[in-house]
Structures are given as C-alpha cells and as structure tokens.
Design a protein around this ligand. Structure first.
Ligand code: GLU
Length: 389
C-alpha cells in the first residue's frame, strides 16, 4: 500500500542523483565505473575556504543562525550579486539556503496555487518540473532545439502565456544544454513579460562564472531593471567554488518573496548550516582569480568531450556555451537500443555513468557532465566508443 501523499505521488526521484548513487554502489562492489552523471566540479575546494570552515568551528560557530543566514553571509551574498552578476540589492532582499535547490523549492512552494502554470524551457534541469508538480503547479514545457542554441524565443514565450501563468524558469548558462542567453534576447523576453504582470521569473544563474563566449554574463534583473521586482535570481558557491557538499545557495529578489521564502525556511531547515555559511563568506570575499583558470580547464574538457562525441558514429553534440554539460544526441542509435534510458544502462554496463536525456525532458540521447579530469574523460569516451562500436 502506498501511504505517501498525493503531492509526493506526483513526482519522480531525481535521476541525476539516482544515477550517481547507482554508480557509487557499483564502485563499492568493486566495479570500475567512471561517473559523469552528476554536475560536480572535481577540483578541490579552495584551501582558504576550508580554513574558514575550520576557524568557524574553532570559534564556536556551531549553533543556529538567523533563518535567512547570518548578517555577514547576507552581506557576502549581496557583494556577489553586485560584483559578479551586476545586481545591486540590499541585504533585506537577499536570502541564504541549503543549496540553490532549496531556494527554488521554497520560492515555488510559497507562490504556486493549484493549477498555476510554470513555463520551463526544455531540456530542463531535472528538479524544476518535479518541484513545480510537488507544489501543485502545472508544468508547461517550452521545447528548444540545438539549432536555436536551446533558447526560447520571445514569440514562443508570448504564445504560451495564459492568465494562469505564474512563473517562467530561466537557467543561463543552462543545465543540461549550456544554453546561454545574450543580453538582447533577454531584453526581447522582457518585452513580452512586461505585458503580463502576473508572471514571476526565476533566473537561475548558478553557472554564471562558467561561460565560454566573449562578453559579460547577462541576466534579466539587470537587462530589464523595471522587471526586477518580479525576478528571483538564484546563485551559489556549489558549482563556481567546488563546494557542492557545503550546501549553500543564495537568492535575490523582491522583499515580499524573500520574506515568504524565509517563512517556509523557518519551518523546513531552520537556517543554512552555520559552518557552511562561514565557508561561503570566504568564497565570496576571498580571491576570485582562480575561477578564470578553472573556466579554461573546463573549456579544454568541453572541447575534448565534444570532439570525441562527434567522432563516434551515431552520436552528435553541439558545442555548449556555458556550464559543464554536453547534451548528446543519439537518435540514429535508437533503432538498436529502443530509448535513451536503455542506452544509458548499456553504457553503465560498459563502465560509464551518464544520465538519459529523458530525465531532462529531452529524448534519444544523454547528458555528460565534463566536470571530471581529462584522463577520466578520455577513458570514458573510449569506453563509450567501444560500447557503441
Ligand atoms: N545540479 C547537478 C546536476 O544536474 C547536481 C545534481 C542535482 O542536484 O541534480 O547534476
């Protein structure tokens, strides 16, 4: 008998974390598995961040903090929003959570009523539609194609907005495609949004430092300042500073929404982890120059992976503009494997964990995370080539 709630029954487990757990279990059994399933930089967390976490513990920063984060952490987040994203925001409009995921969860839970529609460009990050469904919203899929850079157009947006539309979720650079919106396309989307005052926008900018094209990062709250009072910008230290395990996300948006998120947080986690906040302060306030070096290392890995994928018969992939994922099209192989999930299991049998495109609202392919070292990537691509030969 299924004793779970109707809300829980509406959702599926995260397939990125499920595949990663499966790879960990197989490795524990002694199997030789290269895991390219999770988006997690392999770089060591910077030493000054670790030192700050240790110092916080030694200083007794091991107790509850304010629900939305310490004053020091909020100030560091405001610094990050201003310096790195161009969003000038007072600390009263900033909140800190257990990873960006919790901020998204709380924002959607705090604002969706049954039947409210949420527009999500697809391929999408696995958790977006599940959080929407759990919160009682309706997922409206906005399909995008590789030929269009996996970006939605203003015309496409205009065509799907209804009186029930509550949110548009934007993720630039995006997971799993690397889709990166230039400033003029954001302004065109803003033109449409201006005509629909009920629509809020989630701008998930967690991959902002990992961009391969020229020019500065563009974000909606900056390109359309008149819309900033209905934009929630989400960021964090997990991807940029190799701090996934610390679980610190930051969000900036209108005061009423930040307050609503903190109201929920007061009952869910209570507060972000105290030691993690001290570490994230060091990440935002400390040196940032190594991020450029990391980005160039990601670029080399991206080129390695995309080149190797396109050399394997039946596989193809566009060059992603940002983040550290490569979306692989395997449509020519579907006659042989049936669907992307069967292909994913076949590759797992050959020692490589990736995630089927269906997890991201796509089809006939898979996502590779190239946040692993070159030797592992080279061997993984060799295994994929021989598994499909
Ligand atoms: N965001 C990362 C990914 O897509 C981490 C796992 C998750 O939260 O989905 O792989």
């Amino acid at each position: 008998m299924n004793q779970t709630s109707i809300a829980l029954q509406r959702i599926a487990p995260s397939q990125t974390t499920a595949m990663t757990d499966r790879a960990i279990a197989l490795k524990a059994e002694g199997r030789d598995i290269i895991s390219l399933s999770v988006g997690e930089p392999d770089f060591a967390t910077p030493a000054h961040v670790i030192a700050a976490a240790k110092a916080a513990m030694d200083a007794g920063d091991t107790k509850y903090t304010a629900v939305g984060g310490t004053a020091r952490m909020k100030a560091a987040a405001a610094l990050h929003f201003a310096r790195d994203l161009g969003i000038e925001v007072p600390v009263s409009q900033v909140t800190i959570s257990a990873g960006g995921k919790q901020a998204i969860f709380h924002a959607l839970l705090a604002t969706l009523d049954p039947g409210d529609e949420v527009l999500i460009p697809a391929p999408w990050w696995v958790s977006y539609p599940e959080i929407v469904r759990f919160a009682g919203g309706e997922v409206v899929k906005l399909p995008t194609q590789a030929a269009g850079g996996f970006r939605v157009t203003a015309a496409q947006l205009e065509a799907v907005i209804t009186p029930r539309t509550r949110w548009l979720l934007l993720n630039s650079p995006g997971n799993p495609t690397g889709a990166t919106y230039p400033a003029e396309e954001l302004r065109a989307l803003g033109e449409v949004l201006r005509r629909h005052s009920r629509v809020l926008v989630m701008s998930d900018d967690i991959y902002a430092p990992i961009r391969y094209g020229a020019g500065a990062h563009a974000t909606l709250a900056v390109e359309c300042p008149d819309l900033a009072d209905r934009v929630l910008t989400v960021s964090g230290v997990s991807k940029s500073h190799a701090m996934t395990g610390f679980r610190i996300g930051v969000a900036a948006g209108p005061a009423w929404l930040i307050k609503a998120m903190e109201k929920l947080q007061s009952h869910s986690s209570g507060n972000p982890a105290s030691v993690s906040q001290a570490a994230a302060v060091a990440a935002f306030e400390g040196p940032q120059d190594f991020l450029l070096d990391w980005r160039e290392r990601f670029r080399a890995r991206r080129d390695l992976v995309v080149g190797a994928i396109n050399a394997i018969p039946g596989l193809s992939a566009p060059v992603p503009d940002g983040a550290f994922y490569c979306m692989v099209d395997a449509a020519p192989l579907m006659g042989r494997f049936g669907d992307g999930e069967k292909l994913a299991f076949h590759l797992l049998d050959h020692g490589v964990a990736i995630v089927a495109a269906s997890a991201f609202g796509g089809q006939d392919g898979f996502r590779i995370s190239f946040a692993a070292d070159e030797a592992q990537l080279t061997e993984a691509l060799r295994r994929i080539g021989s598994a499909l030969a």
